[in-house]
Design a protein around this ligand. Sequence first.
Ligand code: KIV
Length: 274
Amino acid sequence: MSATAKKRAPMPDDIRAAKGGTPLVSLTAYTTPMAQMMDEHCDFVLVGDSLGMVLHGLPSTLGVTMEMMIMHGQAVARGLTSAMMVIDMPFGSYEESHEQAFRNAARLMSETGAGAVKLEGGVAMADTIAFLVTRGIPVMAHIGLTPQSINTLGGYKVQGRGAARDAAMADAVAVAEAGAFAVVLEKVPQTLADEMTARIPIPTIGIGASAGCDGQILVVDDMLGLFTAFKAKFVKRYAHLGDDGEAAIAAYAADVRARAFPAKEHIFADEAPN
Ligand code: KIV
């Protein structure tokens, strides 16, 4: 699935069929311009509930609402033509019952145009995944470190180490058997991610997992250096837009205070053509 060969946005089945092939490329996006920037380069774009932390300054993803996801999902959809859009189900929107999960997943898809939803959880969520998939909702699963559960996991730690390895593998197998078309593996040891990738028939999408996964995803604000409150060890910064942006704002402020802006070479409002 190279960027140049793409003619239409992939469907969940195309993503599933990419298992074992050229690694799938994915990033999160929350706005139209960012979505436009990545559309040609990504196979799928995730409207992640990480938007609560990186855009809205929340301390975790727990405070993200359906309304926030829908508003950002609509913005991202306006920027995509070649990449599939996947949207996160926020905390509290799917755990209570199958009916609640269906109602909210259907709302996210119908109000944003997303091609699939993502939800967190392995064995515990497998029957919810099966319920949604058999009713027309493609589901991407998310196991390992599941940020909506930080209060029970005890923080943003690596998952699936030592005695927890078998349970993590059981999660991967359960979501694949339930009908998820792909699964995000967040912060699991490399050897475990490689074993999961070899064992299950759907693409594994790594984030802090292994280069051997079937694809990779990063939070775009992390890789562009826009979100600087903290940086996970696995994040590679490909740009430093936060620092560059702050320097630019400081330069503008200095120009304004020195009455050096607008500069002579810029057109003043009363000289501009109508
Ligand atoms: O919300 C998010 O951005 C995510 C990715 C980190 C996978 O779930």
